[in-house]
Design a protein around this ligand. Structure first.
Ligand code: FRU
Length: 494
């Protein structure tokens, strides 16, 4: 296996060749999920930004399609979204054949009279996303700004009326800007949001959607997603979210931390982070998914070192798609995330351990894997720590350790394999995870170069890349101190 293929994920999306970053244009239509993405068709480094394209019937199996929207001498095609314009409001299709419309950022360059500007443009498809035409009236929204980008457009249908809403960013101002339109072509300014909470880097790739709390439609919140780079909770790129109201004009946050906006580590932890690891960025959601399900995908990388990850002819993949919902925990509304599970429920798992007392020390599991789903439930009791050792080999391992007294879950990749390709890569991430009825539940998705942790049924997630040798596949459970119980442990291997 070549060096490039050694790290090729078994079930995360990667482009067959070349560079990839943000998910773009996530949209469902007629049984197909479309994943467009920032892509360099010519090399494994960032540049020549175009929209790559992949399709899936189930969010698990992806098929790469031809590049959908290519760059040209005058513009790079930066991030954005796609909508199904069912009633042909844009006139870009016909009533009988309504268009898919992509709303993307034109990053003007070269000899373009707009070179240096970022403005919003349209492209449309009349064949369910196979081929795309740029709209001749581009750009459709220009603020004469160098950092106005990443439009997410959705159909708003509420008390204020029914129209398209765009959330985009003035990235350097740490501001989300909102516009509305009847036809996707003429846009009217609505409001701005921010700066607020995490502001230690530019704001990018926003999203805005409504979710019921614990399934109750009369008790809903609007969720504003704001990705930020750098200034993320674990260093570099990350996503934060705000909860509040949206009246068709303005978003009002109920989760802004007002006591001083100086950022120290402690205060950053009070913000709502989408993921507490280092490799979940530019996360945005699908439009048009049936049954009101809200599904997000993030780019599984970090601008701190994205250009150096050691994967050769392809670079970067997507996170697992995650269904998000809102739930109340001790009176507070929070986001819960559940991965679309590529492992299903096989009749014979790779390994199943039942309830048992855990002796202090390390217990190697009789199953090894680099591609697996692990479910572990602990009753930590009076122990000092419990945890799992992942992708262990002769020279390294990744450690997931729960400090029982502090209630902190920590993912440590400092000795996980190849960590030397960038100074910022070796790291240990942590998140506060209270026990629930004396228990800690962990679901872990391992792939050839990643670890995604969902703690307490997705109330906290941590996503990290790791680059261990292919032979580093050992798994172990460990305990420090007395009194811990294993409730159950399941490993499904692929
Ligand atoms: C986020 C981002 C976006 C931009 C795109 C360019 O990762 O910087 O703001 O549109 O990447 O590739």
């Amino acid at each position: 296996v070549s060096c490039a293929e050694q790290f090729r994920p078994a079930y995360h999306y990667t482009a067959e060749r070349n560079w990839l970053n943000d998910p773009n244009g996530l949209v469902y239509l007629n049984g197909t999920y479309h994943l467009f993405y920032q892509h360099n068709p010519l090399s494994a480094d960032w540049g020549n930004m175009s929209w790559g394209h992949a399709t899936s019937p189930d969010l698990i199996h992806w098929e790469e399609q031809p590049v959908a929207i290519p760059y040209d001498d005058d513009e790079a095609i930066f991030s954005g979204s796609a909508v199904f314009d069912q009633h042909n409001s844009s006139g870009l299709g016909t009533a009988a054949d309504p268009p898919l419309v992509a709303i993307y950022t034109s990053a003007y360059q070269g000899a373009s009279p707009l070179a240096g500007r970022q403005a919003q443009s349209l492209a449309y498809s009349l064949d369910e996303g196979r081929t795309w035409t740029k709209y001749h009236g581009n750009p459709v929204l220009d603020r004469a700004s160098a950092d106005f980008r990443d439009p997410k457009v959705f159909w708003y249908d509420g008390e204020a009326g029914s129209y398209w809403v765009m959330v985009a960013v003035e990235a350097v101002h740490r501001q989300v800007v909102l516009y509305k339109s009847a036809d996707l072509k003429a846009w009217e300014f609505l409001s701005t949001f921010g700066p607020a909470n995490a502001t230690g880097g530019v704001w990018e790739c926003p999203d805005l959607f409504e979710l019921p709390v614990d399934g109750n439609r009369r008790d809903s919140r609007w969720v504003l997603i704001v990705n930020i780079n750098p200034g993320g909770v674990a260093g570099g790129s990350a996503g934060q979210y705000f909860l509040g109201t949206f009246d068709g004009v303005a978003f009002r946050s109920e989760t802004t931390v007002t006591e001083g906006l100086q950022q120290d580590d402690g205060r950053m932890r009070e913000y709502n982070w989408l993921d507490w690891g280092r490799d979940y960025y530019a996360a945005v959601s699908f439009n048009n998914v049936p049954d009101g399900r809200r599904i997000m995908i993030g780019w599984m990388n970090n601008w701190d070192y994205a250009h150096q990850t050691p994967t050769g002819s392809w670079r970067s993949g997507m996170s697992l798609p995650r269904e998000v919902s809102l739930t109340r925990v001790e009176g507070k509304v929070v986001l819960r995330q559940e991965a679309i599970d590529p492992f299903g429920s096989p009749e014979v798992p790779g390994l199943r351990l039942g309830a048992q007392a855990l002796e202090p020390g390390t217990m190697e599991l009789p199953t090894s894997a680099s591609v697996a789903r692990i479910d572990a439930e602990f009753e930590p009791g009076g122990a000092k720590s419990v945890g799992l050792i992942l992708r262990a080999g002769a020279a390294g391992r990744t450690i997931l350790r729960y400090d029982v007294t502090e209630g902190i879950l920590r993912l440590d990749r400092r000795n996980s394999g190849d960590v030397r390709f960038h100074d910022a890569f070796p790291s240990a991430e942590s998140v506060a995870v209270p026990q629930k009825e004396g228990r800690l539940r962990l679901r872990i998705y391992l792939d050839r170069c990643s670890v995604e942790v969902f703690a307490q049924d997705g109330l906290a997630t941590m996503t990290d890349l790791v680059f261990p040798p292919a032979a580093a596949t050992a798994l172990a459970v460990f305990v420090e101190g007395d009194g811990a119980q294993l409730v159950a442990l399941d490993v499904v291997v692929r």
